[in-house]
Write a protein that binds this ligand. Structure first.
Ligand SMILES: [Zn+2]
Length: 60
């Protein structure tokens, strides 16, 4: 099983300006990996921490 943890930042839509879609980061993110890791939405720093730990723990 390949481990490729990735972190996806959560965004939310803001009202469009001049027809441009706008989003902003909510400060939360989710770390996932093809092996089944899924932190759900947690604070961004936690998601990065989990993804980094996961990468370190599985790279040997
Ligand atoms: Zn994994």
């Amino acid at each position: 099983m390949e481990h490729q943890p990735s972190v996806q930042a959560e965004t939310r839509d803001l009202p469009p300006v001049d027809g441009w879609r706008r989003v902003e980061r909510t400060g939360r993110a989710r770390a996932t990996c093809p092996c089944g890791l899924d932190t759900g939405m947690v604070p961004t720093s936690d998601a990065w921490g989990k993804a980094t730990e996961h990468d370190v723990a599985t790279s040997s």
